[in-house]
Design a protein. Structure first.
Lengths: 123, 387, 387, 123
């Protein structure tokens, strides 16, 4: 049984990634592993992430997951980054099991962004 | 999957659409000669005559004797029958076999299976452009070598082996020589009367014929063991009711190919040049396989620092291949490109464009622009290397 | 061979014409879904979806799970894959196999090949009407029996075996049970959920589908060894590019069969009765196989003191079979009829009428009159016995 | 290469065997072997075979060969029966090699007829 490996959300996020880019001078999370590279950069206002952008090198699920992450957290509280849920993103994007590792790399990147924000606000 | 997308099909090496004349002939045979060619009545004999006519057409394309073909279900079966059939037939004289690392899976996996049964296989390495130097081949043959199998045109890169020289060496050493001709027959001139080849695998669906039928050329005097058992069809070498309409379509496809071979090659060469010209200035682009003297219907290119799976998706509605058609469901990097010295990451970015009779200059133009656009987009998406 | 003769085709057991809906579906798929179902692009996935849909149609006909089918080139290949594949898979537990003497060549010859490779085969005798009594089957199973293969409907006589009972015995003894269903699937109700069967061979061209495609039903959990090697298609159990149009046609044929099965059986029973009534008073006429409870599409009759080859020629333009379709080019008396106790001469006079969806009452009438005329003519020609 | 196993002459002789029958009270040749049965009967006038008829049980080639034999010898001299040529009949009727035995049975039958005629005329 072969179906489209990309559900409509993956296709949409991959085709029109509205959050691709950089926040100049923002906080940065970066990770590379599993053959993918991910970078998130954020502008913070108080506790709020006002802009969240990504760069990604990897398969369509990786790119879509990065876009999904930006949509999820932009406009929210930085503290919510702790709530990053791999299960939800795996489900929303129908990520195949064998790509779980890549979503964990995204989790690491998000965590590294949270740390960077904490470092910024701590100083 | 965007049910309304109209594909731009540049995957002719995976399979071709059925030629119009072929479809018509098959319809005629289905209507008027659907009888079992083995049946002992006049209607059955009419079907048998249709089969004979098709063998004649195939024989004319290849300058062979119509009696030298066995009908099979495709090149996979032909390869299995040829390689296992000849190896087993001759195993009492020796169990050493020779092949190339960059053969199609339908050859590689057959030799692997024979290794498990106690045969010894020498896996030859091609040069970085994919060619097997005849000296290397010659050096691999031993006293106990019984069979060598070398493909003519490679399905991933289009590199064409020097079958004439390799066959001559094989023959001079009394080694049965099998050629996987799935990507060459009907696409370039192949003259069995001139080539020192004992066995050749062919499949109809790569030359605008139907899927589900192929042939094995067995030169007069070459003995092989049957791999399937059943009715007395085909001298007991390959039993089963002959699919007379598919065979008729295969024959017709061969006849059509014979008339257009040269024109096809000329057109394809121009289209391939257009394609390569359109993208060759891209940063980090390289051709997999030889740039010259390859089969002009195939262009395999890699590009540095672009991820393959995303590239394929970004290319939609372009239909092209990564890896070879027959194992493209796996995400493994192509073993063929690895054997040419490419890294895993390089191999994964490889795209095989394969062009065919319906390919137009406009399609190539769109392919160029889609490829350039996809590369630019993915490079924009990627973090800077120094991030 | 009288190029203008219009055949009266009563050889549906040899092969059937393609159903109109099937032909239409194949044309559509050839035009719109000719892509390689293994290709890793959206067009390829559309072809893969066509294949899935066909598996669903076949599964509905047989009340099975679509994942339980492997596509092959026909019942000959399915039989080979099932029997050799299961025997080899289990050979370390035992090498005893059981089958019936009246199986089709595509089973008999496979077991013969296995005998040469050191397997031991028990060849069971049917009763004179062709049936295998379950007790006889049960008695043949031993501790080391690994596989039994019994056909459902016999291609020469139409006798139907009690697959339910035989399968239950097999299962209770842990013996893999293979059924050659080439002459039953699509022609009589077959319910895989109810039948204790592990492997079943099917071919499309006997049920108004295309030639060159078949299937092997492999019940979930039944392990077999692949007999062909190549690309990763079909869980590596049967590699090769899938003939998506043939598979689609096969699926459609299954769907058509599902809707007309009962009607077909009723019609055929009436036509067979008409045929037998029309000739049964002939001196020396007898039915080969059971007169009742056989598949109504087949009537096999012999007649004393008439030579078979001349009978066949005198019957023209009637197209019927002597012996089985698949070995009818040989003049050997049918081993199936010999196993039912017929003499060589009796077996040679046997004519298999096989009827199908296009058969009309008028054709049966003509068949009756041709048969009566041929018998009368040949008896006139013959010297008196006491000469 | 499968062609019609019956050439047009076999088909004609088999379909319309003009010499099937018996010559009442005539000389008779009979033989059976190789799974076939052949009977020839002839009326003689002096040295001439005025009527020649056959009965045959066997394959189409056997029947056609019997008919061909009648056509060949009817109206001719009885002595010509000695000239029966298996080679010619094999060729004219394209009899497959494996059926040679049956043509030899026909030869035996013709010879037995010749003997019967000699017996008749000797007395
Ligand atoms: C070189 C080569 N050999 C063998 C095959 C297998 O052919 P088929 O799909 O007819 O079994 C292919 C294509 O799939 C091929 O490209
Ligand atoms: C009972 C039976 N098994 C197997 C076969 C072989 O089928 P195929 O011609 O599809 O290989 C046939 C018909 O030829 C058959 O009647």
């Amino acid at each position: 049984m072969i179906v489209d490996p990309y559900n409509s959300r993956v296709r949409e996020y991959f085709t029109n990634p509205m959050h691709c880019g950089d926040v100049a001078g923002g906080a940065i999370g970066y990770f590379e592993d599993q053959g993918i590279r991910l970078r998130l950069s954020a502008a913070i206002d108080g506790d709020t992430i006002t802009r969240l952008r990504f760069h990604a090198w990897g398969c369509p699920h990786t790119i879509a997951a990065a876009e999904a992450t930006c949509r999820r957290f932009e406009g929210g509280a930085a503290a919510e980054l702790e709530d990053f849920e791999t299960g939800q993103i795996m489900k929303d994007l129908a990520v195949p099991i064998e790509k779980t590792g890549r979503i964990l790399v995204l989790e690491d990147t998000v965590r590294s962004l949270g740390q960077a924000i904490r470092d910024l606000t701590d100083t | 999957m965007s049910a309304d997308l109209e594909p731009i099909y540049l995957d002719y090496a995976a399979t071709t659409p059925v030629d119009g004349r072929v479809a018509e002939r098959m319809r005629e045979v289905q209507d008027r000669f659907y009888f079992n060619p083995s049946s002992n009545h006049f209607a059955g004999r009419r079907s048998a005559a249709v089969v004979d006519a098709a063998a004649g057409q195939l024989a004319r394309l290849l300058n062979a004797d119509p009696a030298e073909f066995l009908w099979t279900s495709g090149a996979t079966e032909s390869n299995n029958l040829a390689i296992i059939g000849a190896a087993k037939q001759r195993q009492h004289s020796g169990r050493h076999l020779v092949t190339l690392r960059t053969e199609h899976k339908a050859v590689v996996d057959v030799f692997r299976a024979l290794e498990k049964q106690g045969f010894e296989v020498s896996w030859l390495e091609p040069d970085p452009d994919g060619r097997l130097p005849p000296e290397r081949f010659q050096a691999a043959l031993r006293e106990d070598t019984q069979l060598a199998s070398i493909m003519q045109t490679n399905n991933e890169t289009g590199v064409v082996q020097d079958i004439q020289s390799l066959g001559a060496i094989s023959r001079s050493r009394g080694v049965v020589f099998h050629v996987d001709g799935a990507q060459s027959v009907g696409k370039m001139p192949v003259d069995m009367a001139a080539l020192p080849v004992d066995l050749m695998s062919i499949t109809a669906h790569k030359l605008y014929g139907p899927k589900g039928v192929g042939a094995l050329y067995v030169a007069n005097g070459t003995a092989i063991e049957a791999q399937m058992f059943g009715g007395g069809q085909q001298r007991r070498l390959r039993p089963g009711t002959l699919p007379v309409d598919l065979i008729a379509g295969f024959g017709e496809a061969a006849a059509v190919a014979a008339t257009r071979l040269e024109d096809d090659l000329t057109r394809l060469a121009a289209l391939k040049a257009q394609l390569l010209e359109g993208i060759r200035d891209l940063d980090g682009l390289y051709v997999n396989g030889p740039e010259h003297d390859a089969y002009p219907g195939i262009l395999n290119v890699g590009i540095e620092d672009v991820e393959g799976e995303s590239l394929l998706l970004a290319l939609e509605p372009l239909c092209v291949a990564t890896g070879s058609a027959c194992n493209s469901q796996s995400q493994e990097p192509s073993y063929v490109l690895r054997a040419l010295g490419r890294s895993d990451i390089q191999a994964q970015s490889a795209i095989r464009f394969s062009l065919g009779r319906q390919t137009t200059r406009e399609e190539i133009e769109r392919a160029v622009s889609l490829y350039r656009g996809a590369v630019a987009k993915l490079r924009d998406l990627a973090p800077a290397r120094t991030a």
